[in-house]
Design a binder for this molecule. Structure first.
Ligand SMILES: [Zn+2]
Length: 423
């Protein structure tokens, strides 16, 4: 071996060592970045199961409806997300997270429609801490799987005009929890500078008192978001599992387990809570066994979540109730009432229609919709009530539809307060 070859080998050896070193440094940097993304993701995202691919920055001041990009609709048609996807998601979380941090008034994140019970409780806690004079959270009941059902009270408690609103009694319709939470946040954050028809929010909140259940069916929402993993109690898990097996064996579903849970509507023992109220309950047929939907339960008001709603409405002596559902962008009213409550209900439906832009639709002909929350309060307690169906697409609705839903609902609470105040 001559000298030249030796030098060449030496140079190559040094070069490959250097290359190896730089490669290791490069790898470490990439990994660090990945770790940073993941830890950020953990703090902002809600779950590993259906992580939010659909990020939209704050729609808080959504007088302007934001553009939605098609590329963000990766969300889990099949409930799975690849490693590549989760990195994209992590990167998006960082971007939108930073954007959100610039708005110190932001409590409720509208990054994803995948808004969990835990996140809701955390957000309510923060808002209650920051606005103790304006808002309080009470527990009006407890679900089968031992989740406290929060009732948010905003406004003047000694007012005679209490307005009751509940959302997500149907599990997979949990986009409406986000709507209710944004409404709560908006009333609080803008209580000084918010104005409706020339009247300040502060003034409106002195005239009325809102009682809002942002998530009436927390167990159901957990099932729709996490499948059986969302339920802690083993007996309930077994009941739920037999719901799936029965539906599959009876030809009621062809879905795989993941999509069966994802489109779940009932509570944690297969009772459709919006068919569990005592108004037309006896005549409503539905299905005769616990299932994802249309099972009315063993008796009227058999479920603790149904009781929680009724108790909350009674406790505040509500002058009207509104139930948020999805989907259809329509307002259901006219449950077969007559006389004064019919007139009052027509007035309420007309107001909600004019604010949201949704058409009104009579429920009177629809025996398939009996035993619901609004039916009950109108027919049995003479309390004007409407059912608002937000959105157009199938449930669970993705965040890409939130801006248009929010645009329809952004003024609804101030409008209700204004129209039902003594002003
Ligand atoms: Zn519904």
């Amino acid at each position: 071996m001559n000298k030249k070859k030796l030098i060449l080998i030496g140079v190559l050896a040094v070069f490959s060592l250097a290359l190896g070193f730089f490669f290791r440094v490069f790898l470490r940097t990439v990994n660090n970045e990945k770790d940073a993304k993941e830890s950020l993701m953990e703090s902002t995202a809600t779950t590993e199961m259906t992580a939010p691919a659909d990020t939209i920055s704050s729609v808080w001041n959504s007088d302007i409806i934001q553009d939605v990009t098609d590329t963000e609709s990766i969300q889990n048609e099949d409930g799975a997300s690849s490693a590549d996807t989760s990195e994209i998601i992590a990167a998006e979380s960082i971007i939108s997270g930073n954007m959100q941090n610039q708005d110190p008034l932001e409590y409720v994140s509208t990054e994803s429609s995948f808004y969990t019970y835990e996140q809701m409780m955390e957000d309510l806690d923060e808002m209650e801490t920051d606005y103790p004079e304006l808002m309080s959270v009470e527990i009006c009941g407890r679900s089968l799987d031992a989740r406290d059902i929060p009732e948010v009270i905003i406004g003047n408690r000694s007012s005679q005009r209490h307005i009751f609103i509940q959302a997500s009694i149907h599990a997979r319709e949990y986009i409406n929890t986000l709507v209710a939470m944004e409404q709560i946040e908006r009333l609080l954050v803008h209580h000084e500078d918010g104005i409706y028809n020339g009247v300040s929010y502060d003034h409106l909140l002195n005239e009325v008192c809102f009682h809002i259940l942002p998530m009436s069916n927390p167990d159901g929402v957990a099932i729709s978001q996490f499948g059986l993993e969302g339920i802690r109690d083993e007996t309930l898990k077994e009941t739920l599992n037999s719901c799936y097996v029965n539906d599959l064996n009876n030809g009621r579903t062809e879905k795989d387990r993941d999509s069966y849970w994802k489109t779940w509507k009932a509570n944690a023992r297969g009772v459709d809570l919006n068919r569990n109220f005592d108004a037309g309950w006896e005549t409503y047929e539905g299905v005769s066994y616990p299932s994802s939907d249309h099972y009315k339960g063993t008796s009227p008001v058999s479920e603790p979540e149904t009781q929680a709603i009724i108790n909350a409405v009674h406790a505040c002596n509500a002058i009207l109730t509104m139930s948020y559902h999805s989907t259809g962008s329509v307002i259901y009213w006219d449950y077969g009432s007559s006389g004064e409550v019919y007139e009052q209900d027509a007035e309420l439906a007309g107001l909600v229609s004019s604010v949201t832009g949704y058409e009104c639709s009579s429920s009177v002909q629809s025996a398939q919709d009996a035993a619901g929350c609004s039916d009950y309060f109108v027919l049995k307690e003479d309390i004007p009530s409407v059912t608002v169906e937000n959105g157009y697409s199938a449930c669970p609705i993705g965040i890409e539809e939130f801006p248009s839903i929010w645009a329809s609902n952004i003024e609804l609470l101030p409008a209700l307060a204004y129209n039902y105040s003594a002003l």
